[in-house]
Design a protein. Sequence first.
Length: 83
Amino acid sequence: VFLRATYARMFTYSADPTYHGNRPAFIKELVGLLEPILGDEAVREKAARGIFGGCPPDWWTPEDQSEMAAMPAARYATSSMEE
């Protein structure tokens, strides 16, 4: 979530109902594991330099975008494609 939290969002669904049902807990645990990297501005900047192969582009900023990326759990249960 450190590149552009409001520009990209991926919605996935697993055919395995057990995995799919446990996905929110998996994501929460994954975010917790990544907190040492994503939670520190200097480390986010270092990671971005590695991703971009040097200086990040001018549009990139190192601030924490976690709150901008947050979605209520209820949003995951709906789709704009459902009728």
